[in-house]
Design a binder for this molecule. Structure first.
Ligand SMILES: [Ca+2]
Length: 334
């Protein structure tokens, strides 16, 4: 790593600084007063510019990344797809053991100590619950997940919430009830703006495959307005990522291309709170190399970043790949 070398003012022996200073002094002495003021102003402007550049270099230099030691949160077989959400100093983590149950753990001291894992979905209601997603919004913790009620043939999408930072949980609210003829339902994902919640879920009936979206205006108690975010979301073995930022709901997801052997990463956005969705936008490169495992994050300044795993630049053996990213600075418009 390169280190910045700072020039100290007392370094009289520097072979460049001394002649420059002598030249400037000589110029100032012989110059007329208005011209002298201009020279002084120019020197002041250049010194400010130099100081700014040095500051930028210092800020942009690679910093030493400090991570805490790993903490074992659960001890189970097949803990899949862990997801985390932060609210103040509390960290909430979920992950599922398909198709039996998912676990929830939390820390209220920024990750120093952690709770024992629990399954907040009521065990006397469901035969199994899995594929959870979590988000914190407006002082509440929200969970979306799939669960199969006792006596029913298929799993459905549910939501529960906690208003006391994960200590107690609401009864389950049904987000979507699919018909029994539907063959697949996967990965309910959740996003929020205050008490307005959005979920997306992959649903297939054996012939067609949809990426559906739903919304709730009362913190998840009732759900409505099922809309089709994408009418052909083949490639349902990958979770999509749903998020809200700056008045826009975003979904980043993987989909198989019917006339290709590859899976690519796509993006859609809704600027009317999930009622209508933009055209499908492919953000990975269309080729024979698969993109998979997409995720995304955004901030209030309009920065949106998508990340996924891709074999595009992998080795010749085809077993290794890379994590690729793309970002937008106008909240996903371009
Ligand atoms: Ca590709």
């Amino acid at each position: 790593m390169a280190t910045l070398q700072f020039q100290t003012p007392s370094n009289e022996n520097n072979s460049i600084v001394v002649p420059i200073r002598a030249f400037l002094l000589q110029t100032l002495c012989v110059a007329e007063r208005p011209f002298r003021r201009k020279i002084v102003a120019e020197i002041y402007r250049l010194s400010l510019l130099t100081a700014s550049l040095v500051l930028i270099l210092v800020v942009a230099s690679p910093a030493q990344i400090q991570w805490s030691e790993p903490v074992q949160l659960t001890d189970s077989i097949g803990f899949q797809d862990p997801r985390a959400a932060i609210m103040g100093n509390s960290i909430h983590v979920v992950g599922g053991v398909y198709p039996i149950e998912f676990f929830y753990v939390r820390s209220t001291d920024g990750g120093v100590t952690w709770s024992y894992p629990i399954t907040p979905a009521p065990a006397d209601t469901f035969d199994g619950c899995y594929q959870p997603d979590i988000i914190c919004s407006n002082g509440k913790v929200h969970l979306a997940f799939l669960a199969k009620p006792f006596g029913q043939l298929r799993a459905q999408a549910y939501h529960i919430s906690s208003s006391d930072n994960g200590q107690t949980w609401s009864p389950p609210h049904q987000v979507f009830r699919r018909r029994d003829t539907f063959g697949f339902m996967k990965y309910p994902r959740i996003a929020a703006n205050g008490d307005t919640l959005f979920t997306s879920c992959r649903v297939a009936d054996g012939v067609n495959s949809y990426l559906l979206s739903f919304r709730s205006f009362n913190a998840g108690v009732t759900w409505r307005d099922s809309t089709v975010a994408d009418p052909a979301s083949w490639g349902m073995d990958n979770a999509q990522k749903m998020l809200y930022s700056g008045g826009v709901v975003h979904i980043v997801y993987r989909m198989g291309i019917l006339d290709s052997t590859g899976y690519e990463i796509f993006y859609r956005r809704s600027a009317d709170l999930g009622m209508t969705w933009s055209e499908r936008d492919m953000i990975s490169e269309f080729d024979i190399y698969h993109g998979q495992g997409p995720s995304a994050a955004a901030d209030i300044a309009g920065n949106l970043m998508a990340a996924w795993f891709d074999y595009k630049y992998g080795s010749m053996c085809g077993f290794t790949g890379d994590i690729l990213t793309r970002n937008s600075t106008d909240n996903g418009e371009t």
